[in-house]
Design a protein around this ligand. Structure first.
Ligand SMILES: [Zn+2]
Length: 298
C-alpha cells in the first residue's frame, strides 16, 4: 500500500531513524501502513490529516509535522484552481486580485473587455476611457442602466463592443426592454432632464423623487397636482414658502387630491394657462460639469 508522496515520507522516516539509536527506531513499514489506513494513501486524505492523526501512526509530533509539511507542500504539477482575474496575488506586499492590482498600477491595457467595463465610470479615470475608445474605435457602444446615476449596463455594453470588434456596424441606438435607447461613446455623458419640485424648482432626487427643501418625496404625486402646486406658488402665493412655513405643510397635505378646496384658485390659473396653450415644464436639464474630450492614446 503506497502513501501519497510515499518516497518522500519514507526518506524522512529513514533520516529520522538514522538519528536514533538501535532499539528506539520506528518501524517505517508499520508507520506507513497505519498512515495509509488513516487516509494517507490519497492526496486529498493526506492533506486533510492533522498532526495528531499522523502522530497516532507511531511517530513523535515533530516528525508528524514534517510529514504534514511534505503532504501539504507546494506541488508544481497542481494547476491553480482560481479563475483568471480573481486569483489573489501579492506583489511587493500589496495584496489584491490581479484586476485590482493592474488597475492600481495603471495597467488597464491588461484588462479583458468585461473587467474593463466593470471599472469604467464616465466621470472616472481617463486611461480607462481612453482604452475603451481604442477598443471600440471611438464608436458609441455603451448602454447606461441608469442615466441619472451613470450606472453602466456592463453586459449589454460588452455585447456591443464584441460586435464592433468583429466589424459589425451597430449604429447609435439599441432596444432595451422594448424601448429605444441611445448608445454612448466611452467618456460621453447622456443628456438628462430630471423632474423638478413644483414648489422649489430644484431637481427631485432618486426613485422617490425627493426634494430636500420640501423634505418630501414626490414620486406618488400625479402630474396634474404637480401643475396645481406650481400654479399655486406662481400665482396664488407668489413666493416660495420657507422650510418652516406652515403653507408648505398645507401644500403637502393637499397633494393627494386634485379636487381639494386648497387648489381652487390654482385650478383657475391652470385652466387659464391651458386655454392659452402655455405649457408647464416641470423638468429641467441637468448641467453636468464639463469634461475634456477623452484622450486618444497612441
Ligand atoms: Zn420642494
Amino acid at each position: 500500500m503506497a502513501l501519497f508522496r510515499d518516497k518522500e515520507v519514507r526518506k524522512l522516516l529513514a533520516e529520522f531513524n538514522g538519528s536514533l539509536e538501535e532499539g528506539s527506531k520506528v518501524d517505517s513499514d508499520k508507520v506507513c501502513a497505519a498512515l495509509a489506513k488513516a487516509g494517507g494513501g490519497l492526496p486529498a486524505g493526506a492533506k486533510e490529516m492533522s498532526f495528531e492523526d499522523i502522530a497516532g501512526a507511531g511517530v513523535p509530533t515533530a516528525i508528524a509535522r514534517a510529514i504534514s509539511k511534505v503532504w501539504r507542500g507546494g506541488d508544481s504539477n497542481e494547476k491553480p484552481t482560481a479563475k483568471p482575474g480573481t486569483a489573489e496575488v501579492n506583489i511587493g506586499g500589496v495584496e489584491g486580485t490581479f484586476e485590482a492590482l493592474a488597475f492600481a498600477m495603471g495597467n488597464v491595457g491588461a484588462f479583458g473587455d468585461k473587467p474593463l467595463l466593470r471599472v469604467y465610470e464616465p466621470l472616472g479615470r481617463d486611461d480607462v476611457t481612453g482604452e475603451l475608445n481604442k477598443r471600440s474605435g471611438g464608436k458609441p457602444f455603451i448602454v447606461f442602466a441608469d442615466k441619472q446615476t451613470l450606472a453602466v449596463d456592463v453586459d449589454r455594453s460588452y455585447g456591443n463592443l464584441q460586435l464592433l470588434k468583429q466589424g459589425v456596424e451597430i449604429g447609435v441606438n439599441t432596444v432595451v426592454d422594448s424601448k429605444l435607447t441611445e448608445l454612448f461613446k466611452a467618456g460621453e455623458l447622456p443628456d438628462l432632464a430630471l423632474a423638478i419640485c413644483p414648489v422649489h424648482g430644484c431637481h427631485l432626487i432618486g426613485q422617490d423623487q425627493f426634494c430636500q427643501k420640501c423634505n418630501y418625496a414626490w414620486a406618488e404625486v400625479s402630474t396634474e397636482v404637480r401643475e396645481l402646486a406650481w400654479c399655486h406658488i406662481q400665482f396664488v402665493l407668489a413666493e416660495e414658502p420657507g422650510p418652516q412655513d406652515a403653507r408648505l405643510k398645507q401644500i403637502h397635505a393637499a397633494l393627494g387630491d386634485e379636487k381639494d378646496q386648497y387648489w381652487s384658485q390654482a385650478t383657475l390659473e391652470l385652466e387659464k394657462l391651458k386655454a392659452t396653450g402655455q405649457p408647464i415644464v416641470l423638468v429641467k436639464p441637468v448641467k453636468r460639469p464639463g469634461r475634456s474630450a477623452p484622450p486618444s492614446r497612441r
